[in-house]
Structures are given as C-alpha cells and as structure tokens.
Design a protein around this ligand. Sequence first.
Ligand code: ACO
Length: 430
Amino acid sequence: MSKEHATLTIEDKIYKLPIVRGTEGDKAIDIRKLRTETGYITLDSGYMNTGSCRSDITFLDGEKGILNYRGYPIEDLAEKCSFVEVAYLILIGELPTREQLNDFRALLSRFALIHEDLIHFFDHFPPQASPMSILSTMVNTLNNFYPEMSGDSDEDLMIISARLLSKIRTLAAFSYKKSVGHPLVYPRYDLSYCGNFLNMMFDKPVRPYVVHPEVVATLNKLLILHADHEQNCSTSTVRLVGSAGVNLYTSISAGISALWGPLHGGANSAVIEMLEGIRADNNDFEKYIQKAKDPNDRFRLSGFGHRVYKTFDPRATIIKRACTKTLEALQVEDPLLEIAMKLEDIVRHDDYFISRDLYPNVDFYSGIIYRAMGIPTDMFTVMFAMGRLPGWIAHWSEMMQDTDDRRIGRPRQVYEGPVQRDFVPLHERS
Ligand code: ACO
C-alpha cells in the first residue's frame, strides 16, 4: 500500500486519507475508513466519482478515448481476434495459445445444447414478450438446471463461462425463432461461435442458411467491442447482486435487466426507432435536435453521450467503419445510414452538443449493422448482452475471488425526510 495520502479538514480536524494509484495512473482517495473516523460519508449520486472496486480487467481513459482489455488496445483486438479469443483473454487474463483456444472452443461446442425442459418455458411467454425479458428469465432459470460452481479455479471458471457463453447464444436464437413461430434450429458442432448463432437464427427447413464470412467477421467485431467496459451500469449490477453471495446465473440475469434500459444497452434499438422517426418526419432533423436541447423535454438523442468518454468513444469509431464496410459487402442500401451520418454531422457542429462533450457512442451505428444482417430491432440489446457476457462473468469471478476486499455492496444515504415525531393513533388523525 502506498504511503501517499490526501488531507481532509473537517471542523478544524485534519484527517489523512491514503491515496491509491492504478497501473495506468488512475488516482483514488481511499475513503473506506472515512465514516468510522470522521462520522461523515461522501455523497455521489450516479457514482460519478466513486470507485467501487480495484480491478485487473479493463482500463479506459475517457479523455483520451483509450479502451484496453487486460492491457491490449481494443483496436488490435477488434481487428485481429475472434470473439472467443477475446472472451478467453477477459476471463483468464492472457491471450490463449492455439491449444488453449481449441480446448475452449471444444468446451463451447460441448455445452451448446440447452436442457429440453427449458424449451417448454418459451411456450409460456406472450407473443409480444420482449426478448430481453425472456433472456433475463431464462438465464436466471439455468440455475435450476445446471450445477452451481464457485469459479474459484481457472478450470472451474472455464467450465461455468463456457457453459453460459454457449447456452446464452442458443437461448437468444431460440427466443427469436419462437417469436416468429419458426421451428428451432439446434447448434452444430462444425460451425464457429458466431457462425453457429447466425445459423440458429436464420436457417429454415425450406431455405437453408449459408453462413456469410463477412457477416461472421462483423459479428465477431461487434461482440468484441461490447465484451467489457469496466464498472458500467450492468456490470456494477452483476457485482452488486453477486456481492450478496448470489450464484452466477442470477447475478448475470440482473445484469441483463440493467442493460435493457434505453440509457444503457437499450439505446441501440432506441437509435433505430429515432432514425425511423426522423425519416417518417421527412428528415426534419431540426425538430429532433430542438427536442433534445429542450430542458423540459425528456427526449434525448439516442446513441450520443457517455458517462466516461468525453472526446470520442473508440468503439464508435471502429463500428462506424465496420458499418459502411458491411453494408457494401452485403450490398445493402439502408436509408437510415445516410440519416445517421447527417445527424452526426449536425451534432458535431452544434454548440449545445460540443459544450457537453456529446459524441456518438457504441450504440449509434451498431443497429444499422444488425439490420443489414437481418437481425430484428428488438434483438439488438440481446446481441449486446451476448457480447458483454465475458465481462460480466470476469467481474463476478474477480469479486468472488477477492478475499481481501470482498464485502456486500451497501451504499449509504443522506436522509432528508421528517425528523422523528410522535406517533398519532388512527382515531386522532383528521
Ligand atoms: N441528447 C441530448 N442531451 C444529452 C444527451 C443526449 N443524448 N446526453 C446528455 N445530454 C445532456 C444532458 O441533458 C445534460 O445537459 P445539462 O447539463 O444542460 O443538464 C448534459 O448533457 C449531461 O448529461 P448527463 O445526463 O448528466 O450525463 P450522464 O453522464 O449522466 O449520462 C448518458 C450519460 C446516460 C449515456 C447520456 O448521455 C444519455 O442519456 N445518452 C443517450 C442514451 C444512450 O445513448 N445511452 C447509451 C450509452 S453507451 C452504453 O451504455 C452502452
């Protein structure tokens, strides 16, 4: 522990608070003993300045637009790796050797099926059920079908991770097939992680699906870009729920629910709805820009802004490039791409957005790519959840293995309600 400290003066008393530094220069004031020593807590709604843990998984610098998984820049990983390789890296901490990768792939194949009894659950959701609600429910239910494991050893972690990574893909594809009333397509051992998912989504008895290498490459990239993002809302949810000692499946199910929100992962489908709205309004950009700026209107431009990135979101830069490339390769012309680019251009030249550091985030262009692949809008956030899974599992496991600093998550508050008063019996209340 470093000997550096910060000093805090409260009511003429000086307190020394230890300073913690991360490997990439992150600085933190350790306030863990603040309340016991001073009687004060810190107030930080939205956790804008609160470090909830120390972590080895992901580094991001919002001012410089840097995102590294286990020390490797996102640009390299997105360009040169498969999603399965990156999932291994995030979970285990090192890039796999060829042999380790093959073993991990074999595990993913081994766990691809889901228990047949689970399939009956799909029949009881109403036809319009949200795929995110189905996914969250089904992942929670896995706990009843598969043994609970601690993830304490690398071997254990590989098994629980492979089981969940593989089954979430099958659950996601089955929920889509059920929603359109088509027969289920089972996983195949000869296909890659992404190829298998696409085949389960789009193969039909009357029209067999041909796995397109460009689509597989783009899907790998999208999942890699979503694979982890340190203490975001859903990952913090996974950690918070897990901190009570809850099993992996239930903790991840809570993370899926958090991701669903339109301010978080739900933004990717909200972007498409917004772009379609602009199109239906004869490209009346001004109307949407004014609504977004109006402090009395709750409307926001979906796909813009980020709590941490204040210059650019490096994932958005990669996705924008992938978007034009994929649409060209698939010979898809989507009028929404033109609308999106025009909207981005307007935003980039508008003082309101410039002064608030609002740039396109990871969700702005991803939906247009998913559309080109044939994935329906209500499945976009499910795709995000599949991508984010390695990060959620790694954070859950990191927390569970932290013997020094593991405690139940339990924030405090500043109470502003009535001060203690005398109870009034019912017959005396007027
Ligand atoms: N459109 C219009 N104005 C915005 C937007 C937006 N997309 N985002 C932020 N602002 C404005 C706010 O109104 C606020 O203005 P004010 O200072 O005049 O009150 C200012 O910018 C700061 O906004 P905050 O809400 O304080 O920023 P915060 O860090 O809490 O929120 C968030 C970040 C939730 C991502 C926000 O930018 C947003 O709602 N964006 C749209 C939804 C979205 O795209 N979410 C996906 C994020 S990426 C992810 O989670 C995967």
